[in-house]
Ligand binder design. Structure first.
Ligand code: ATP
Ligand code: MG
Length: 600
């Protein structure tokens, strides 16, 4: 049985089912302990030809066997079958509910955890919490309650019966049991540590496998399959080694348990035989005593199994608990005063914002200041690694920003609920992630898809704006085409444009496109940008990119270099006033001309 703040509430919530299961167990255990007295009647009847019941001698004949032994045994067996069904339903059913509840709590927390958490904790590791650890906790909960209840009920009842029959023999029999418990506690501690290590190894292994599958195209392109295989084998071997260490300990526990049970059998046979020889017990009573001990064997084995299970369950529950308790580092703070339904006009101001990613010292943005007016089309341009995506990350409140550094519609972003911030921004991420779903559902992602005419029309309209409609119609199943994991069945450019359509459909006051036209040709880029200008009148658009030619479509351009806002203005202004910008523009022009020349 395991306890802890995340599991205790389930004992209370499902107390009725657990109590019903315990009642069924009590009934079965009680019935089981009637069986030894039937054995006694059978043996004594066969030996003596009669049985002593309430001081009177009752002859051992067919009627006695049927009435006193066979029929009661039949009822006991029937009762035990029903009882076993009930406790299984109660304990295992509850354990499954606990598993579902914990899984919900885990996912609930996962959805609130910040980007930073997922950068530190890999997907494979998280997946192992949902599979291995959760299964261990589920086992430990259901069987834990069963074993504790059964071991104590059956153990105590059998012990009382044995004690009543012979005190000294019972004390002698219990000494090895005490030793076993002491060994169990020590071995159990060691097993808990080993299980934790085993789960860590398994996480590492699943992390590695997950990353290898995701990166299989790169692995193949670099003909690196063999090296991957060797590394996988090493992780797999490490996993095997910790497993072997765990199994060794668990085998030791099993051997000790068996050894001690056998030693009790020796004591009962030796000392009990001596008592029978002395006439303290008759043959039937010795068998009855032995049968009581036999009923204790299962609880003893259950205790050993429980020690093993609890050590596993505690270690797994600790890992699950760490996830459920993981700190949500990006959340609404005490300064939030605005409503979650806030509708923004689309004004943005970065005011002397300096930012370093959590856990690092390097400033990615330094004293960044710029303003975007509502309805303005602004381009953010700069060299790779200059901090452009960081600007988008901060706008979306993916990370925390200091007070007084970022304003939306003149309101400090820290006074606006994160939900409202994100609800007012449509975002096309640099890594255009698509879900393994139909194209239609990917585009209509922000609402729960209704699959009606109106929605389909909206999806199509926005796909046209993103210049991807014709491509989609080229697929046999059109908008119902299923995309493979991470959208592998569509080209990079198609993926980018589906992501653009997904953002456009939201008609949000602010649209942020992070390097979203890098995989499309100049003509397509022209179509999309012209469409945007036409259809997003009065709404703010921020276009992040490298290509200066793209930026020429924008009302104003912000030039970032090494985390600093170097200049802001129209293309013509920047060409005149910002040497760095003009240099970048002419370099790109030379490159474009060279490329054109090579093509001709
Ligand atoms: P690109 O044009 O290549 O997309 P960028 O201008 O968008 O580049 P950013 O992604 O904003 O650049 O990154 C700016 C700097 O911040 C880089 O030096 C990068 O290594 C660092 N950086 C980005 N994300 C993180 C992160 N999550 N944690 C730590 N450092 C980061
Ligand atoms: Mg970027």
């Amino acid at each position: 049985m395991i306890f802890g703040k995340h599991i205790n509430k389930y004992y209370l919530r499902y107390a009725w089912a657990l109590l019903l299961g315990i009642a069924a167990l009590f009934f079965i255990d009680y019935m089981e302990l009637v069986i030894p007295s039937l054995y006694k009647m059978l043996i004594n009847g066969m030996n003596d030809g009669y049985n002593v019941i309430d001081g009177a001698q009752v002859p051992f004949d067919a009627a006695f066997v049927l009435e006193k032994i066979c029929f009661p045994l039949l009822w006991i067996v029937l009762g035990m079958v029903v009882g076993r069904f009930v406790w299984r339903m109660c304990f295992i059913g509850t354990a499954l509910k606990v598993e579902t509840g914990l899984r919900n709590s885990m996912f609930d927390r996962c959805k609130d955890l910040s980007q930073q958490y997922y950068q530190v904790n890999k997907v494979g590791n998280l997946m192992s919490f949902y599979t291995n650890d959760l299964e261990t906790v589920q086992d430990c909960f259901g069987f834990g309650v069963l074993m504790v209840a059964d071991a104590s009920l059956l153990g105590v009842m059998a012990f009382v019966k044995m004690w009543r029959m012979n005190v000294l023999l019972t004390i002698l029999s219990m000494i090895p049991m005490g030793i076993m418990l002491a060994i169990g506690v020590v071995v159990g501690r060691a097993m808990e540590a080993k299980w934790e290590k085993r789960q860590e190894m398994f996480s590492k292994l699943s992390d590695y496998a997950q990353e290898s599958y995701s990166g299989i195209a790169v692995i193949k392109a670099f003909v690196n399959e063999y090296r991957e295989l060797l590394t996988f084998r090493k992780h797999n071997k490490d996993n095997e080694n910790v497993n072997v260490e765990f199994v060794k300990l668990s085998m030791k526990l099993e051997i000790y348990t068996e050894l001690l049970i056998e030693s009790v059998i020796c004591i009962i046979l030796g000392y009990g035989g001596y008592l029978a020889f002395k006439g303290v017990f008759n043959a039937g009573e010795l068998i009855e005593y032995f049968s009581y001990f036999d009923s204790i064997v299962w609880p003893v084995i259950a205790v050993a199994e429980l020690i093993k299970m609890t050590s596993q369950g505690r270690a797994s529950m600790k890992r699950i608990g760490d996830l459920i308790d993981a700190k949500i580092d990006v959340a609404d703070g005490v300064r939030v005063t605005e409503s979650p339904d806030l509708k923004l006009n689309g004004e943005i101001e970065f005011r002397h914002l300096t930012f370093a990613y959590p856990g690092t010292d390097a400033e990615v943005l330094t004293d960044a200041s710029f303003t975007v007016k509502p309805g303005e089309n602004v381009g953010i341009v700069g060299r790779t690694g200059s901090g452009k995506s960081t600007v988008a990350d901060l706008l979306l409140r993916t990370y925390n920003v200091p007070d007084g550094t970022l304003f939306l519609d003149g309101k400090d972003v820290n006074t606006i609920p994160i939900y409202a911030v994100r609800n007012n921004i449509a975002y096309v991420p640099q890594d255009n992630f698509l879900f393994s779903d139909t194209i239609e559902n990917n585009i209509a992602f922000f609402e729960s898809p209704s699959h009606d005419e109106e929605e389909h029309r909206m999806v199509e309209d926005n796909a046209r704006l993103a210049d991807v409609h014709d491509n989609i119609m080229g697929f046999v199943e059109g908008y119902s085409t299923l995309l493979g994991e991470r959208g592998v069945t569509v080209s990079g450019g198609q993926k980018q444009r589906i992501s653009i359509a997904r953002a456009l459909i939201r008609k949000a006051p602010i649209l942020v496109m992070d390097d979203s036209l890098s995989a499309v040709d100049v003509e397509t880029e022209h179509t999309i940008l012209t469409n945007l200008k036409e259809h997003r009148g009065g709404l703010t658009t921020i276009l992040i990119g490298h290509r200066i030619s793209t930026m020429e479509y924008m009302d104003r351009i912000i030039f970032i270099d090494d985390g600093k806002v170097i200049a802001a203005g129209t293309h013509a202004e920047l060409m005149k006033t910002c040497g760095e910008y003009a240099k970048m523009a002419s370099l790109q022009q030379i490159e474009a001309e060279k490329e054109r020349g090579e093509r001709l």
